[in-house]
Ligand binder design. Structure first.
Ligand code: SF4
Length: 395
């Protein structure tokens, strides 16, 4: 009964570890792993691996050692999300919509909004989350590049999130037409169990690169895992789309949180001559207060980012748990540092994303992009729960 009352759909963690190992061991199946931004900040915590050894390259090596054919970066798909969501924002603003547009990459937030504020659901961006955009592109664009029938691909997500296990089975998450675009979702805790079950000594592994092209990402894609990161990444590219030139990469840093207090922040930016009112809510109590204020007409925004977990995915429900210690702020700082050091800081400058549009999607919001990468949230009802056998009980 409790799972039908959980506002974010997080109370139904089921393990998909053996299903994933079965796919890896099947010679007829090509297995693809995607790794979410914040996993790189925490994957070592349950393995007793020192921070200075827990590089991104060693994380990739560890996942490759599990037997996957390809290991890619969800951050590539985060860059595609920005291309679509930034274009959608400008499109909505151009049409004089009655704002705000809400981000929709957090399934905990989407479930909360559908349950508590159904009258606000039309304000959700139709752009799918990076996890789902990756799955849709893996089974269409990448299947074509590989020359493999998409029904022979098995896509596994490594996520900091329990709600993502439900998201991959939501209505419309089968854009490629061969079943669900993402076949299994494993949390960071499950990754730890997998590595331990294969007796991998990760500290001794040679660092490896993500595979190309879906492993190439910008700094903007990396910060999706920290509260405010989606907004900042979107503003960088929205500015470019309006002004025709890049802003300073850190031009919107005022929206970053300081310390471990996560709340509801607001700011007005001048977006190349256009005034844009934005807000960021971290944690569902802040999101609840923000939605109520919007409904009362007390506040007016153009664009709102909400992440259900305090601190964003860095503090997600699928992350390692340390009794009495809250690591979201520290992990988020790691993502900020990776962004600062990235050679590419803008989603629209990611060459792999540019190639994907040039050779496949054509342009943001194209007919194909709408078909594969967007979901009309008003159009479908939230399933109540994912049962232990993997089926979904409808409301
Ligand atoms: Fe999942 Fe939490 Fe991240 Fe939302 S904020 S996507 S619920 S980990």
């Amino acid at each position: 009964q409790c799972i039908t009352h959980c506002p974010v759909g997080a109370l139904h963690e089921r393990s998909d570890v053996s299903r994933v190992f079965d796919a890896i061991d099947d010679p007829e199946i090509t297995t693809i792993a995607q790794i979410a931004p914040s996993v790189r900040t925490s994957w070592h915590e349950g393995l007793g691996l020192a921070k200075d050894k827990a590089s991104v390259g060693r994380m990739v090596a560890a996942v490759k050692s599990l037997g996957f054919d390809y290991v890619f970066d969800t951050d590539f798909a985060a860059d595609v999300t920005i291309m679509e969501e930034g274009s959608e924002l400008l499109d909505r603003l151009g049409k004089g919509g009655d704002g705000p547009m809400f981000t929709s990459c957090c399934p905990g937030w989407v479930r909360f909004l559908k349950a508590r504020y159904p009258e606000l659901v039309s304000k959700l961006s139709t752009t799918k989350s990076p996890q789902q955009i990756f799955g849709a592109l893996a089974k269409t664009y990448y299947a074509k590049l590989l020359g493999v029938d998409p029904s022979r691909l098995f896509v596994v997500s490594y996520m900091p999130c329990v709600a993502k296990k439900a998201e991959c089975a939501y209505p419309g998450m089968d854009a490629a037409g061969t079943g669900f675009d993402v076949d299994a979702v494993l949390t960071v805790r499950e990754l730890t169990r997998q590595i331990k079950s294969r007796f991998l000594n990760v500290g001794l592994l040679e660092e490896r690169d993500f595979d190309a092209p879906l492993g190439i990402a910008s700094g903007a894609g990396h910060i999706f895992g920290v509260t405010g990161g989606v907004m900042e990444a979107a503003l960088r590219s929205a500015y470019y789309l309006v002004a025709g030139k890049n802003p300073q990469p850190d031009a919107f840093k005022e929206i970053r949180h300081e310390g471990a207090e996560f709340g509801w922040r607001e700011k007005t930016f001048d977006l190349a001559g256009r005034s844009l009112r934005i807000a960021i809510a971290s944690g569902l109590s802040n999101a609840d207060a923000l939605c109520a204020a919007i409904q009362r007409g007390d506040v007016h925004y153009d664009f709102v980012e909400v992440m259900a977990c305090p601190g964003g995915c860095a503090g997600g429900g699928g992350q390692p748990i340390h009794e009495g210690r809250e690591l979201a702020a520290e992990r988020g700082g790691v993502l900020r540092a990776i962004d600062a050091k990235s050679a590419i800081r803008f989603s629209h400058e990611n060459p792999a994303v540019q190639a994907c549009y040039e050779t496949f999607l054509e342009k943001p919001l194209s007919e194909l992009a709408e078909e594969l990468l967007h979901s009309d949230h008003v159009d479908w009802s939230m399933p109540c729960a994912v049962c232990s056998d993997g089926t979904i009980a409808s409301r």
